[in-house]
Write a protein that binds this ligand. Structure first.
Ligand SMILES: Nc1nc2c(c(=O)[nH]1)N[C@H]1C(S)=C(S)[C@@H](COP(=O)(O)O)O[C@H]1N2
Ligand SMILES: [Mo]
Length: 406
């Protein structure tokens, strides 16, 4: 299913590299210098069906991240949207034979839908929301931690169109004994012994009106690699819950205790005090990862970039969080001694990327160190230093981007 393994040299060299002709990655694509050497070398641009060349992290299962340049636009193109799978058995789902089953021991009436009926029977809604892999930026952890060594591009922001999960669940009837809603997709382990990828949500999170069963992404049917014909959208929560090729929904009276819920996708208890709770899954030692922490990404400049005295420099990028919405983005050009407010771009909703922009002039004698910190509507700020955790989650460190004055 995957294209031939090859490195597409000279293909669409991103603008960020052309800004910096001295960059040693100019022939490839910009990658964070903190990544393990092997990840940078292996992470060439490669093409899989229907996608522009993306940064390859692994082939089996397919894990490809979006090059930095595509985040200059607050909406991520479908053909540049990242791809993340745990399992290598990924069927090409036929929309005509696809069915969604809703059942479980706490469902009043089990249901089954085909695509036209599911779309017709429930109100259509749309929502702009960030899908960010829990492990986005894992490769930037120092010391390095095991897992897919993602740079900054295991995320994307799209307008999703679908039906509310709540409406479908209410049709089936959520019993008073229900504690979790579980999800399965059409993909399967290719090797015996690998557990199937199943996830669950707390009932209130499943009933929230920002939890959707989506059929469209940016006005087009979901691309194969992003979950055709239907996937879950869990606005504000990390990508792990966004089940692709959704086939089964289970209304459960007991917590789901399979591998991808526990021990996988866990953070140490209390280490990130602002995140949402998932009461039926928490232990004294750890809790499931839940919502995205406040974060930003600078897309206009990178560490080590050359600038000239007197030049105007753009500090631009996107900021996002787990759904409170971005209140401010602050920029420092003097290594954190003083901060100014960046200009925010159009508000596409509290679950979306929010663009920001600040311009400054490189003055005589300056050695600018640019720092950016996003703040959400609750007052959560990006972290001044890395919060170590075994799985390498929630990297939202305030960057230090040193510019070299020529
Ligand atoms: N069926 C299925 N759905 C899945 C996964 C998977 O392996 N199989 N991975 C999840 C994870 S961890 C992430 S980060 C998102 C990635 O979504 P994308 O591949 O559309 O970018 O899908 C989620 N849904
Ligand atoms: Mo993920």
């Amino acid at each position: 299913m995957l294209g031939r393994r090859r490195f597409l040299a000279g293909l669409a060299v991103p603008a960020i590299s052309s800004l910096s002709p001295a960059s040693s990655f100019a022939a490839k694509v910009w990658q964070p210098p903190e990544l393990p050497e092997g990840a940078i070398e292996e992470g060439g641009l490669e093409r899989i069906a229907g996608k522009v060349p993306l940064i390859k992290r692994s082939f089996r299962p397919p894990n490809f991240e979006t090059p930095l340049d595509y985040f200059r636009d607050p909406i991520t193109r479908n053909d540049a949207f990242f791809v993340r799978y745990h399992l290598s058995g990924i069927p090409e789902v036929d929309a005509k034979t696809w069915r969604l089953k809703i059942g479980g021991d706490a469902a009043r009436t089990p249901l089954e839908y085909d695509l036209p009926r599911l779309r017709k029977e429930f109100e259509s809604v749309d929502l702009v929301a960030v899908c960010q892999c829990s492990g986005n930026r894992r490769g930037m952890f120092q010391p390095h931690v095991p897992g897919v060594e993602w740079g900054v591009g295991a995320m994307g922001n799209a307008r999703w169109t679908g039906v509310r999960l709540r409406d479908v669940l209410q049709k089936a009837g959520v019993g008073d004994n229900a504690v979790e809603i579980a999800f399965n997709g059409a993909d399967m382990p290719a090797i015996q012994g690998t557990p199937d990828f199943k996830k669950s949500l707390p009932v209130p999170r499943a009933l929230d009106d920002t939890t959707l069963i989506a059929f469209e992404m940016n006005g087009k049917p979901l691309p194969h690699w992003n979950g055709f014909p239907a996937r879950l959208i869990v606005g504000g929560w990390t990508g792990t819950y966004w089940m692709k090729h959704l086939t089964e929904i289970e209304i459960r009276s007991k917590p789901l205790s399979e591998f991808w819920m526990t021990p996988a996708y866990r953070i140490p208890a209390g280490l990130f005090p602002t995140v949402d709770h998932f009461p039926t899954q928490e232990t004294a030692a750890n809790q499931p990862i839940t919502d995205i922490v406040v974060n930003s990404l600078v897309t206009s400049i990178h560490d080590g970039q050359r600038v000239t005295r007197g030049q105007m420099v753009d500090v631009a990028g996107v900021a996002w969080d787990g759904g409170r919405g971005i209140r401010d983005v602050e920029v420092s050009t003097d290594g954190g001694s003083s901060w100014v407010l960046a200009q925010l771009g159009k508000d596409l909703g509290r679950l979306s990327f929010r663009t920001f922009m600040h311009k400054f002039r490189v003055a005589a004698g300056d050695a600018p160190v640019v720092m950016v910190r996003a703040i959400n509507q609750r007052g959560d700020v990006q972290s001044p230093k890395l919060i170590l955790n075994p799985a390498g989650y929630h990297h939202n460190v305030i960057p230090r981007i040193r510019l070299e004055v020529a």
